[in-house]
Design a binder for this molecule. Sequence first.
Ligand SMILES: Nc1ncnc2c1ncn2[C@@H]1O[C@H](COP(=O)(O)OP(=O)(O)O)[C@@H](O)[C@H]1O
Ligand SMILES: [Mg+2]
Length: 233
Amino acid sequence: MMLDVRDVHAYYGKSHILQGVSLQVNDGETVTLLGRNGAGKSTTLKTIAGVVAPRGGTVAFAGKPVAGQPSHRIAAAGLCFVPEHRGIFRLLNVEENLRLAARKDSPWQLADIYRIFPRLQERRKNGGAQLSGGEQQMLAIGRALMNHPRLLMLDEPVEGLAPVIVEEIVEQLKQIKAAGVAILLVEQNLEVCTQLADRHYIVEQGVIVYEGSNAAFAADHAVKDRYLGVGVV
Ligand SMILES: Nc1ncnc2c1ncn2[C@@H]1O[C@H](COP(=O)(O)OP(=O)(O)O)[C@@H](O)[C@H]1O
Ligand SMILES: [Mg+2]
């Protein structure tokens, strides 16, 4: 198993946000974490990544406990987090952003990133601040890949992007998945989720309330209506 999260609790000040989250990601698996706004999706990813310190429970990554370690240590172990606001260096150009994340022992080198994201190659001398939202997201994912992830965690990677760019990023994530990288994805776009994922979880008020295979979830209109508030389609 790649990631094993058990009974994790997290707080912001006195607010008890994660109230015993448990979820697993198997080797090479793509899993989504769904839920309404404010349910605790981002907090779950931040807690796994060590950005928010858990106050209870365990997080094991590739068989080793990581809960309580600083985020840079967790990233170095191959658990790479692409946060919602992307974290690229706006004053550096695309190639400089990628090179900063490079690791000699990574199977993902500059040429591999440009193969998956041809737009980044076209824009390689452009500054981070000159990129479109979609290009910034691609760059953030490219940077995470250069860091040799065994598990990639993405927080709403296609939010606010035009449909054609969303399709492009979905195809790119499929290539990354096919290369064997496990993915834990937070995303509101259910169409994107069901195209990519093997399995889904739903979190509500800091607790996992549903787990199901992609096929079971896709067919279960009642669960989508109840927990995600989307009309039956
Ligand atoms: N930095 C913060 N300080 C205090 N409360 C926060 C902070 N970030 C999020 N919260 C609260 O924690 C809860 C879960 O937020 P979050 O994990 O961002 O939800 P989601 O990503 O599912 O929309 C919400 O009630 C939100 O208001
Ligand atoms: Mg969020």
